[in-house]
Ligand binder design. Structure first.
Ligand code: FES
Length: 583
């Protein structure tokens, strides 16, 4: 008892359990009361004198992508205690793609606010954030970036692949492919139900280079995970070892005061953008990076990102751009193999959560070996970066296309616009035998942007009209102000900014207008005069959506456009300090 009291005296006043005392007007009493309550759970003074490491528990019966949460938390706690810290797990919101209506993106900012405020409100010296499904990792990094304490990301890990009639399958590129086959009448209901059992073969995140895998790789590129933290599948011993290591590392970060602003620098974001291009990553990665960077006072420079694409080929051979799955990427050495290959293009001095720079970590990594998932720079699977940024009178604020997952012959295309005013209009007419559409037309879907839907759903992957699908058409140019899943593929222009719901030019496209897409020239143009466009805007002014109360009101009043990450304007840094990448 005496020695514990001595330790109490030595501890700095603003650490561990003494941080952020509840306001009772008497600090001594606040600490006395806090300790009395926590002792109700059986803690000793010795335990309570150690650095406190928060562990964010996002386990939920509605989130199978986080289904290994109990094992991960146990391993993180072990790592924390091995390093002399006190682990304290606590819950926040958890979001799963298929269980969040109207769309998970609508709730990402709410999760980031939950994360930020719980990190501020509760006493901890560092935090381990456990996330995996698409929106959870960006939400956690956004919140931690604003809270400012030492933070380390732990990824839940990818699911295993399944087997359907001897064919290897995994969510969710194969979900879309098999659904497309069913719509086209190529498989029957029995086979559709059979494959449904195999697409998600275990807990964990989608097994292709979708948004979850993209954000996992980006987290490691940002220096926010321990080396090798991106790729171990959810149910493997490697994933559990990473969890233990993460807990141990968090304690040292707390002792060293390695706060998140030392890791999330402009150079770190540049490395993340480089990796996003080289992995053939999800287009959602851009939106999330813009949101995380915005919390650090940095704007993502889309023009510079496009230029980076000229020198950054796609090297990782994963679906939907390539052939493999995340577990193959892990077997091939994971991000270590990729970062070693990208080394000449990276900002090697960027600090990581290990307290060493990215360059030092690459040099310290195990030697390379023969593998066939990560290509060499001189033998890429796609010669340019996966994502191109488009401009033109249809998207004055920019739009993007995932060129590595697009159809080469459609990337230079002019066609007639077939317009759908919103998702409901699309659902009502897309499969009608009366729809006047050919494979040379361009499908335009309005009002699925940040405010329009609301929440910018992944509805940009407009289905091929039934009559074309049945005729064997596999791709058609599609344009919208929405997003699409990272597991999707096709010649699809997304994130048209400004969106239709706030009066962007997209709102004024009419059936039969001509549209030109030229990825080579980075152009997306509505082929009408400026006068005609202005006349349409005047004749049919757009009334922005509003709400009376609640989170929807907050969302509609404050959400930003895609180029600013679809974050709430009041959550971005008070002062913007620069752009990334620096040019
Ligand atoms: Fe969670 Fe795909 S649904 S990662």
């Amino acid at each position: 008892m005496t020695s514990n009291t001595n330790k109490e005296k030595k501890q700095p006043t603003e650490s561990g359990l003494r941080k952020g005392l509840t306001s009772y007007g008497d600090k001594g009493f606040s600490l006395f009361l806090r300790k009395a309550f926590i002792k109700g759970a059986g803690y000793t003074n010795s335990a309570l004198d150690r650095p406190v490491i928060g562990i964010i528990n996002t386990g939920s019966a509605f989130n199978p992508c986080h289904g290994n949460m109990p094992q991960l938390i146990e391993a993180v706690k072990r790592g924390v205690m091995l390093a002399g810290g006190l682990p304290m797990d606590f819950p926040t919101i958890s979001i799963h793609e298929s269980f969040a209506a109207p769309t998970s993106m609508y709730l990402r900012n709410l999760m980031s606010m939950d994360t930020e405020e719980m990190l501020r409100a509760q006493p901890m010296d560092a935090v381990v954030m456990i996330g995996g499904c698409d929106k959870t990792v960006p939400a956690q990094m956004m919140g931690a970036a604003s809270a400012g304490l030492p933070a380390i990301q732990l990824i839940t890990g990818s699911m295993l692949t399944g087997s359907h009639r001897s064919e290897r399958v995994g969510a969710c590129t194969d979900c879309r492919r098999y659904w497309g086959k069913f719509r086209a009448g190529e498989i029957d209901k029995i086979e559709k139900d059979e494959v449904n059992d195999q697409l998600v073969a275990s807990v964990g995140t989608c097994s292709v280079m979708g948004t979850a895998s993209t954000m996992a790789c980006i987290s490691e590129a940002l220096g926010m995970t321990v080396p090798g933290g991106a790729t171990p599948p959810a149910v493997t011993a490697d994933r559990i070892r990473i969890a233990e290591e993460t807990g141990t590392r968090a304690v040292q970060m707390a002792i060293d005061g390695l706060t998140i602003d030392k890791v999330l620098t402009a150079d770190a974001f540049e490395n993340a953008m480089r990796v996003l291009l080289a992995i053939g990553g999800s287009t959602n990665g851009i939106v999330h990076l813009a949101a995380i960077a915005g919390r650090m006072g940095l704007e993502i420079d889309l023009e510079a990102l496009d230029q980076m694409g000229d020198e950054t080929p796609v090297l990782v051979d994963l679906k939907p751009s390539g052939d493999h799955y995340m577990e193959n990427f892990h077997d091939a050495g994971g991000m270590t193999t990729l970062l070693r290959e990208l080394k000449p293009l990276l900002k090697l001095d960027a600090m990581t959560v290990t307290g060493r720079t990215l360059g030092e970590e690459i040099d310290a990594a195990p030697p390379s070996f023969k593998q066939d998932v990560v290509r060499k720079l001189d033998n890429p699977i796609y010669p340019r970066g996966s994502i191109a940024v488009l401009h033109g009178n249809l998207a004055p604020g920019g739009a993007i296309i995932k060129q590595s997952a697009a159809n080469e012959t459609l990337m230079e295309h002019e066609g007639r616009a077939i317009v759908f005013e919103n998702s409901e209009d699309l659902a009502n007419r897309i499969d009608s035998p009366d729809l006047d559409v050919t494979a040379d037309d361009i499908l335009v879907l309005k009002n699925i942007g940040p405010k329009g839907a609301p929440g910018m759903p992944e509805a940009g992957y407009i289905p091929i009209p039934m009559k074309l699908a049945r005729a064997g058409v596999k791709d058609i140019v599609r344009i919208s102000d929405g997003r699409m899943s990272g597991t999707a593929f096709g010649t699809i222009v997304l994130h048209v900014t400004p969106e239709a719901a706030v009066g962007g030019p997209l709102a004024h496209v009419k059936n039969g207008d001509r549209i030109r897409l030229s990825v080579k020239n980075r152009e997306i143009s509505l082929l009408i005069s400026g006068e005609e466009l202005a006349k349409r805007a005047k004749e049919n002014p757009v009334i922005e959506p509003t709400a009376e109360r609640g989170y929807l009101k907050l969302f509609l009043d404050t959400v930003t456009q895609a180029d600013k990450g679809v974050d709430f304007d009041f959550l971005r840094a008070v002062k913007m300090v620069g752009k990334t990448p620096k040019r």
